[in-house]
Every structure is written in structure tokens, then in C-alpha cells.
Design a protein around this ligand. Structure first.
Ligand code: PLP
Ligand code: ZN
Length: 414
């Protein structure tokens, strides 16, 4: 594994439900039971210790033994290691001892946590010899696939719901992909892509490469633990779309505990959704039975998935950690965006507003204790969803370039 010359290959997979084995291939669904496939890590893999990890470059690849490959990664080598920012004023609002923002709003290269999963998926595509990649996206994934495929010299076919925010559309089109706007919701786009992957032999990162894609999310957990000084927080709040991120955060913390890199118990995981599309929150609240799909109706488009692939797993993980889930209105998420900006100096998109607002709602409902140490996963950048806050902010005064006009303004403020 550690030999710099070893050629990249992807790990084989197994079914998360029936455990049967599957080859290292662009396939993500068990042929026997239709369950999701996950990479199988070799039993004899040697994992690095704290010092060895710390000596490596500050990217997701410093944790490469926990990513689904043998040999050296070749693409998207610069992604990861976003700042973990302490947020004392937010901690006060939440009534907890300490709070931090894991700030993937400044992820390289496309300003959302999707850069992590795409870095992993594109290396899988490379290992499989695929020259064309794609995705079904609510926006951020489209940005990440288009940018990283462009850099890799791969062709890309990207499918998005027709009505996405302009920032998300332009932030994809600029990289020169084949960008297709589909009439319908994300769930329609996703179904279409499942059919296209087989037909053209493409690597659709969140469809037939999904097992390799999802593992990239674990690096957010690894970074949180390392950046806290090889410690675990007591609680983590994260937004949910397909439900993969919260599931993989838990898997990542568990893998670091297993290797003795951190001690203590796994953090309680709290999931956040917008009330206009909250099928996973409702499943957590019910506690049993199947997930009930919804038709999305929220401005939080990046997390508006009505029939989330990993929803049932996410719900189970959340409840097993002693965490919970909350949904918030569109008005509350706009307030959440403003609160994060005004208290912490970080401008997040709608999904981040959902996360902050849900954390507040959970705090008011008594989810946190006074000695809790809470990390909020902020997964996207506010400059991509400016429409959401345009009408919420006060108009700025316009003056002539005269001192006395500013004096009048200052006096009015006091
Ligand atoms: C995709 C996305 C998520 C969550 O993704 P999962 O499908 O639940 O892993 C969260 N925040 C943002 C901004 C996203 O784009
Ligand atoms: Zn199976």
C-alpha cells in the first residue's frame, strides 16, 4: 500500500444487506438482493498511526488507507483538510461548552463537501479505465464532477433538475461539461441516470460508482478528530440529502476508534433537513417502518431529495448513536445563514442554514448538555445561493461622497 510506485486499483465490494461479494466494477447494487454495495478492505491492511498521518500532506489522501483503493491515487490530490473553526458565540446560543464549524464552504476546488466524494469516485473511474464520468445532482455534485473531470481530462455528462439556482448552473457550465437540465425533481434525474449508466458505460459517481463515492465522506470525520487534537466531539450536526454523509461520518469515527487513534465513544449524530423535504427526519421520529418518499418543496435545493437512497441507514445510525434529527422552515434556514455569518464570519448556502437552524431547534428541545462539544458540518458556500437571502438583508444606504452625509448616517445608527 505504501509503495509510491504501486498502480492504482479499486477494492472489491460486498453487499451491505446480504454480505455477498461483488467485484471491483462500476456497479453499486447487489445482484442478489438489490442492497447497496460497499468496498471491502483487506483484513491485513496496515493502518498508519497519528505521527505518520500528521507527516503527510494536508489533503483527504493523508487517510488513504481508509479509502477504497490499493496503490497511489492519481486524481484530485489537493482536496480536503478544510478549516475547523471554533465558534464560541454559537456555543453560547446552543448552551454547550464548545462548538466548532467544519468549514467545507471553502473546500477545494468547488466550495462544497462534494469535492471529497468526487475525488474518491474519480480515482475509481480512473482505476476502471473509464473516460467519461457523470452524476445526477442537486447542484454541488454537478460543480464538483465538472471541475474535477475537467482537470483530469475526462469527459463528463451532468444531469440536474431544470430549476436549479443560477450559481449552481453557471458553476457547472464554466468547466465545459455536457450539462443537461431535466424537467422534474432530483428523484426523476436520478432514475434517468441509473438507466444511462448501463447504456453508455459511463461512471456515474453517485449511481454506479456510489460505493466508492460514499467513502470520501468519511474524511470529514477523520479531519474533525485530527483537528480537535486526536479527540472526538460529543455531538455532530450535519445536513442530509441522500443520507450518505451522516452514515459515513459515523463510519469514519468508528474506524478511528477501532485503530486506537482516538479514545472514547462515538459522537451522537444529529441530522438536519428542510421541512419542505424531510423524509429522513420523519423516519427518525417514527423510529420504524419504511421511509415515505416526499415531493420536495424548499429553497434548500442542494439537500432536496424526496427518496433518499441511504435514508433508512441514516435513520438507524442516528438513533443508534443517541442522536436525533430536526427539520426547519425556509424562513428559519435563512435566519440560520445570517446567524452563522454574524456570529462566526462564515457565509454558507441554504443547506448550511438548515444545519445551523436545526442545531438551534435541537438545543431548544433539550438535545444538548452544558458540557457538550458540538461540531456543525457546514457543507456548502453562500455565494452559490444568493437568491435565498437577497430579500432578507437590509438595503444599504447610498450617499454622495460627502463627509456630512456619512455623519448623518452614523448619528442615525447611534
Ligand atoms: C449533497 C449535500 C449534502 C448531503 O449529502 P448526502 O447525500 O446526504 O450525503 C449536504 N450538504 C450539501 C451542501 C450538499 O450538496
Ligand atoms: Zn445483497
Amino acid at each position: 500500500m505504501s509503495h509510491a510506485t504501486e498502480v492504482l486499483s479499486a477494492l472489491p465490494q460486498h453487499c451491505k444487506l446480504c454480505d455477498c461479494e461483488a467485484a471491483a466494477e462500476p456497479i453499486a447494487i447487489c445482484e442478489r438482493c438489490l442492497g447497496p454495495l460497499e468496498p471491502t478492505y483487506p483484513a491485513d491492511r496496515r493502518y498508519p498511526g497519528r505521527d505518520e498521518i500528521a507527516s503527510r500532506q494536508q489533503t483527504i489522501w493523508r487517510y488513504r488507507e481508509w479509502l477504497p483503493f490499493e496503490g497511489e491515487p492519481v486524481l484530485s490530490l489537493d482536496t480536503g483538510f478544510t478549516p475547523l473553526v471554533e465558534a464560541p458565540r454559537l456555543a453560547e446560543k446552543l448552551g454547550v461548552a464548545r462548538a466548532w464549524i467544519k468549514n467545507d464552504a471553502v473546500s477545494h476546488p468547488t466550495l462544497s463537501f462534494k469535492d471529497r466524494v468526487v475525488a474518491s469516485a474519480l480515482n475509481a473511474a480512473h482505476a476502471f479505465g473509464l473516460d467519461t464520468v457523470g452524476c445526477a445532482s442537486t447542484g454541488n455534485l454537478a460543480n464538483a464532477v465538472a471541475a474535477q473531470a475537467a482537470r483530469a481530462g475526462m469527459k463528463s455528462w451532468i444531469f440536474i433538475p431544470e430549476d436549479l439556482e443560477e450559481g449552481k448552473i453557471l458553476g457547472t457550465a464554466i468547466y465545459g461539461p455536457n450539462l443537461v437540465r431535466v424537467r422534474g425533481h432530483y428523484d426523476d434525474v436520478n432514475r434517468l441516470c441509473a438507466q444511462l449508466a448501463d447504456r453508455f458505460g459511463w461512471g456515474i459517481v453517485n449511481v454506479n460508482l456510489r460505493g466508492y463515492y460514499g467513502e470520501g465522506s468519511k474524511t470529514m470525520a477523520f479531519e474533525i478528530a485530527e483537528q480537535l487534537g486526536w479527540r472526538l466531539p460529543t455531538a455532530v450536526v450535519a445536513p442530509m440529502a441522500g443520507g450518505s454523509l451522516v452514515t459515513k461520518l459515523h463510519k469514519g469515527f468508528g474506524e478511528f476508534i477501532r485503530e486506537g487513534l482516538v479514545s472514547g465513544t462515538a459522537p451522537r449524530i444529529y441530522g438536519a433537513q428542510a421541512s419542505g423535504c424531510a423524509p429522513i427526519v420523519r423516519l427518525v421520529e417514527r423510529g420504524e417502518g419504511p421511509l415515505v418518499p416526499e415531493i420536495p418543496n424548499t429553497i434548500a435545493r442542494s439537500i432536496a431529495i424526496g427518496n433518499p437512497a441511504d435514508g433508512p441507514f441514516a435513520s438507524k445510525v442516528i438513533r443508534s448513536t443517541g442522536g436525533w434529527a430536526a427539520s426547519v422552515s425556509d424562513e428559519a434556514l435563512v435566519d440560520g445563514i445570517r446567524l452563522l455569518a454574524e456570529s462566526t464570519g462564515i457565509f454558507t448556502e441554504t443547506a448550511g442554514g438548515v444545519t445551523v437552524a436545526a442545531a438551534l431547534a435541537l438545543a431548544w428541545a433539550g438535545a444538548f448538555k452544558a458540557d457538550d462539544e458540538v461540531v456543525l458540518c457546514i457543507t456548502g458556500n453562500g455565494l452559490k445561493t444568493t437568491d435565498a437571502i437577497r430579500n432578507a438583508l437590509p438595503a444599504s444606504p447610498i450617499v454622495n461622497a460627502k463627509v456630512r452625509e456619512v455623519v448623518a448616517l452614523v448619528e442615525a445608527v447611534h
